[in-house]
Design a protein around this ligand. Sequence first.
Ligand code: AMP
Length: 635
Amino acid sequence: MSNYHIKGLEEYFQVYRKSVQQPEQFWAEIAEENFVWRKRWDQVLQWDFHKPEIQWFQGAQLNITENCLDRHLYALGDTTAIIFEPNDPSEPAQHITYKELHSRVCKMSNVLKDQGIQRGDRVCVYLPMIPDLAVTMLACARIGAVHSVVFAGFSSTALQTRINDASCKMVITSDGSYRGTKSIDLKGILDEALKETPSIESVLVVKRTGTEVKMKENRDHWLEPLLEKASDHCPIEMMEAEDPLFILYTSGSTGKPKGMLHTTAGYMVYSAYTFKNVFQYQQPDVYWCSADIGWITGHSYIVYGPLLNGATSLMFEGVPQYPHWGRFWEVIDKHKVNQFYTAPTSIRALAKENLSHVEKYDLSSLKILGTVGEPINEEAWHWYNDNIGKKNCPIVDSWFQTENGGIMISPIPFATPTIPTFATLPLPGIQPALMNKDGEELKGNQVSGFLCMKFPWPGIARSIYGDHDRFKETYFTAFPGTYFTGDGALRDATGYYRITGRVDDVIIVSGHNLGTAPIEDAINEHPAVAESAIVGYPHDIKGNSLYGYVILKETGEDRNHDNLRNEINQLISERIGAIAKMEKIQFTSGLPKTRSGKIMRRILRKIASGEMDELGDISTLLNPEVVQEIIDTRL
Ligand code: AMP
């Protein structure tokens, strides 16, 4: 029996059992039957979660782009690999076949090589959602360079930090990017970032908006003329299974972003396997994931997972509300999308609009709907199910993290019965455990605790780039011998999982993972600010919003609070990006602290959420009197 494509619930249980009882054999069969290897592995798995050390398919040689592109050329050469739907609907969509994509990737690979990029070099990709973004990632992978995609909504400071952390040698960007009615000066933001990035030797610029940009001599080059001259033949670089494939940053509870390091063979097997099963993809389906490629969802479920399966993957440059709130549904109708994968925050925003935006379009092509990035509330789930799926499409509420490489807990459509707000069951190979605060595993059902993983899966990140100690400290120390996710979860009477949210200082706003520390650092840079603390509170559309408590320095001066709020948010935009701006900023004379000086965020969170009668015992605080002041001046 091939374990690769699960088609029913019984089969799922059978496959799952095998994946736990004989994990190495399970993954070896999947790897062997579904991918091209230039050399077979010597050992399927070697692992130790205490060190931590994880190696999959050690000894194997391969190239992921041979698996994404070359091997499809014979059977699927003229099949569309990527449909590009531009921001502006009057601009024609592009259909890029596997043959064309292969040729574009080879040309780009040759350009990178000509520019001095070698195996192991880190290449930063700061591009909007245009095909060049996927082409560049694949070109890096083809020549063995490590791509580090930085979301094009990040500010120059955030970009600079990421370039320096990975000592990138090159950046690929565009003159500008479109977002609805706005055009963003990406090259200008990059220029600002490159003021202090000693490792950068060259910059390649894609022409997208036609905006005038400054080109620095000997450093900056337009990409198009280089591509024109490049050969469309480029042999693959032979990669070892555990060679790095990419770095992708995620927020942590301390200031510095964590560069999650993913390696070649395991990531390939895992992203492909999960894509096939969670979306039940079959050619000629048209599959659309509306995430940005700057996040892990885009890496695994716009680029690698679909292409590894010879799928047709739609890439959308725009935003849900431009030029009208029916844009998503228009795209589904136009391209006859069969699987649609989006974030709960988008669903909530779309659900607020008049249903006539949905009703105008024919959504009958849809077979499967998906959500990812944050918990989906019951109301949004039903709206999605009733109005988009017409009660006919299973909804896959898929849970995973940047660190995981691919989906971990999710229904398998037409196999797993779905229940709103439940991510349901672990995919084959995934062994979750719920732990209590004493580090004991909570066995049985109807329990809730800290969500951990007891056994490695091929897609798990291998390290934090340049900081293996932090990798250990963050994920493998709280519950020794397991991987700790940072999320809380409950397991119901039938064994289904519901993810209840972060249990650390990370707040998910509109599906974006934001660490409190870097935002507080940005606030504290304001000359008028003495100290600050931010917390999340429930928001109708964004899931959570940021609420900031700020103590101003004593200067004797009277400052306009609204101006200060704007200035502080401006600083956050500059340091991190507009996604991290605060919804509310309350000025206060103090923050509730423990006797050891730790800010009691739990109390601040309750006040921001309006749950004043649930504050608990505050008498042990260092400064209990400040709590009343904060309640009285709450916004
Ligand atoms: P990121 O690494 O940015 O993809 O964020 C991962 C975090 O997003 C997880 O730790 C969860 O807190 C949250 N998350 C992702 N998918 C889901 C989901 N389906 N349900 C609940 N939370 C989710």
